[in-house]
Design a protein around this ligand. Structure first.
Ligand code: GDP
Length: 319
């Protein structure tokens, strides 16, 4: 058992918060049970923050942006937490987000809490951990929780499905192509931020802004919000206030329309069913004899002796 003082956590103590996050990240069954008990206790104190996803390819300026944006929020009297979902850890064993000290200035601020991404585990596991860490940050009274991820692969979907607003960071392109941007990612974005709109890159940034607007116009969206495209310079601290105003505008409209709570409820029930599927699979695959039976059925399917559906059902009914 890990000693976690609930009152200290609720009071916003960062060391207690760090301990609690370590607990939810632990793979040990005894820790996992304790983490679930803790979360149940805290659930009533969660939900009050604004959850903001930030994604972009390496080098686009995420940490510079978070430094500038975070500082701006602190200046508004807000407390901010930064969590990271690092897609590289399960795949390459290394880490894109976690291995250097990032956001140094912000990490020294008493009203900011920066958590490096969890070290290991399947992506599904990291997403679960981050969702739980987000709840812990809310219980600790943070007003804005930023969830950062690198714009490669699956992690953007994971993050978009746990936040209220999803920001996609881009950098001005010096070529004519729109950085081979995936249409699926555009569908996730509530706003595209073209960063580095300064110096020689300023005019490219403006041009790209117009192009993204056109592309976004072609993406069909449900809901009231028409995704926006804006420019900023994280390095020179310009355009940061406009981005916050836009997020606030979204939040206020979404609340008025009932969309804010509806989206969160939907995210939670979707996640519940995702976990259910995972648990079901783990349970089914953990039965004695599963591996042998699976191999046998695969052989039968591969040689055309039975159909895939019959084999799948046989595997499910394995006693
Ligand atoms: P990350 O990998 O997405 O976290 O990107 P970083 O924040 O580490 O930034 C990558 C590089 O881009 C660094 O050299 C930054 O100084 C630079 N950079 C970040 N933001 C800006 C900006 O607004 N303007 C310019 N000119 N450079 C920037």
């Amino acid at each position: 058992m890990v000693a976690i003082r609930v009152q200290q956590l609720l009071g916003g103590d960062r060391r207690t918060l760090a301990k609690a996050i370590t607990l939810v990240e632990s793979q040990l069954p005894v820790h996992q049970q304790q983490a679930q008990r803790l979360l149940s206790q805290l659930l009533l104190h969660t939900g009050k923050s604004l959850r903001l996803g930030i994604s972009g390819t390496p080098g686009v300026g995420k940490s510079t942006f978070i430094e500038a944006f975070g500082q701006y929020l602190l200046d508004q009297g807000l407390r901010i937490a930064v969590l990271a979902v690092d897609p590289s850890s399960p795949i390459a064993g290394g880490s894109i987000l976690g291995d250097k000290t990032r956001m140094e200035q912000l990490s020294r601020e008493p009203n900011a809490y920066i958590r490096p991404s969890p070290a290991a585990g399947a992506l599904g596991g990291v997403a679960q951990t981050t969702r739980e860490s987000l709840l812990l940050c809310e219980a600790a009274g943070f007003d804005v929780v930023l969830v950062e991820t690198v714009g490669v692969g699956q992690s953007e979907y994971q993050v978009a499905n746990m936040v209220d607003f999803f920001l996609l960071l881009m950098q001005p392109n010096t070529g004519d192509e729109l950085q081979g941007i995936k249409k699926g990612i555009l569908e996730l974005a509530d706003a595209i931020v073209v960063n580095k709109a300064d110096g020689n890159l300023a005019s490219f940034a403006e041009r790209d802004c117009g192009q993204y607007q056109q592309v976004l116009g072609l993406v069909t969206r449900t809901g009231f919000w028409q995704p926006k495209v804006v420019t900023c310079s994280a390095l020179e601290n310009r355009g940061i206030d406009r981005i916050w105003s836009m997020v606030v505008e979204y939040r206020d409209q979404a609340r008025t329309q009932g969309e804010f709570d509806r989206k969160r409820a939907q995210q939670n029930t979707n996640w519940m069913m995702h976990l259910f599927e995972q648990e079901l699979l783990t349970k089914a695959m953990g039965r004695p004899g599963f591996t042998e039976q699976q191999q046998d059925l695969k052989n039968q399917v591969a040689t055309g002796r039975i159909t895939p559906l019959v084999a799948a059902r046989a595997l499910l009914e394995l006693k």
